[in-house]
Design a protein around this ligand. Structure first.
Ligand SMILES: N[C@@H](CCC(=O)N[C@@H](CS)C(=O)NCC(=O)O)C(=O)O
Length: 221
């Protein structure tokens, strides 16, 4: 476990927040939590866990995190894993000054749907265009037939969800926007064309300072 960033002062009245991330900073799940913390302007300490060396499987991390996965959030004596749960916890605990999930029930449900879907579907695409290929060497093999189908599904769903006149899914930013843009960048950064409107959405999300802070993080060689 390595402390990676200087620790800003904790929010008044709140115990410090610690985000545990993979040492390579390529986890899409860490990305969601990192963006939520940044968007909310919450000071947090980032600590990295070397998954390649199996540090997440060793106590005390294994026991405190329960699931032995990253990301984990530590907030005082409370530990939480599962990125969607972490985003929801941050939203409920720190609703101000900025929300990262919609408030209206249908929009909130849609955002949850998108986040859950991106975490559970499109496996061939996720396998053949891993997040490592976004931040380290690009993928060289063409997409298989099943990954092509997954890519087509991703683009179809994105086109259906992104309103014609907007570059966000809802009137204001949500973590679902960042998650969808992140997944689209598996294709975009590896040189695959996506329709103009989808590309405009992905580019707009990729410009957000919270997203830039993750993308531009220093990574081990
Ligand atoms: N559903 C979890 C997935 C977390 C996950 O799979 N994290 C990976 C890194 S991207 C991990 O910890 N892998 C180590 C392992 O499974 O042993 C979430 O949304 O947080």
């Amino acid at each position: 476990m390595t402390a990676r960033s200087s620790v800003p002062p904790p929010a008044p009245g709140s115990p410090p927040l610690v985000l545990y991330a993979d040492a390579s900073w390529v986890s899409p799940y860490v990305f969601s939590c990192f963006v939520a913390l940044h968007e909310k302007g919450l000071p947090f300490e980032a600590r990295t866990i070397d998954l390649d060396e199996g540090r997440h499987l060793e106590p005390p991390y294994r026991d405190r995190s329960l699931t032995a996965k990253v990301p984990a959030l530590e907030h005082g004596d409370f530990w939480l894993t599962e990125s969607s749960a972490i985003v929801e916890y941050l939203e409920d605990s720190f609703p101000l000054p900025i929300r990262v999930l919609p408030e209206a029930p249908r929009e909130r449900a849609r955002a949850r749907q998108v986040m859950s879907w991106l975490r559970t579907d499109l496996l061939p695409l996720r396998r053949e265009r891993p997040t490592r290929s976004m931040f380290f060497e690009r993928a060289t093999e063409p997409l298989s037939e099943e990954a092509t189908k997954a890519a087509e599904k991703l683009v179809r769903v994105a086109e259906a969800l992104i309103p014609l006149e907007r570059t966000s899914l809802f009137p204001t930013f949500t973590v679902a926007d960042a998650d969808l843009a992140f997944c689209l960048h598996r294709l975009i950064l590896n040189g695959h064309d996506v329709p103009t409107r989808v590309a405009a959405f992905a580019a707009a999300q990729w410009r957000r300072p919270s997203v830039r802070a993750f993308v531009e993080r220093q990574r081990p060689a």
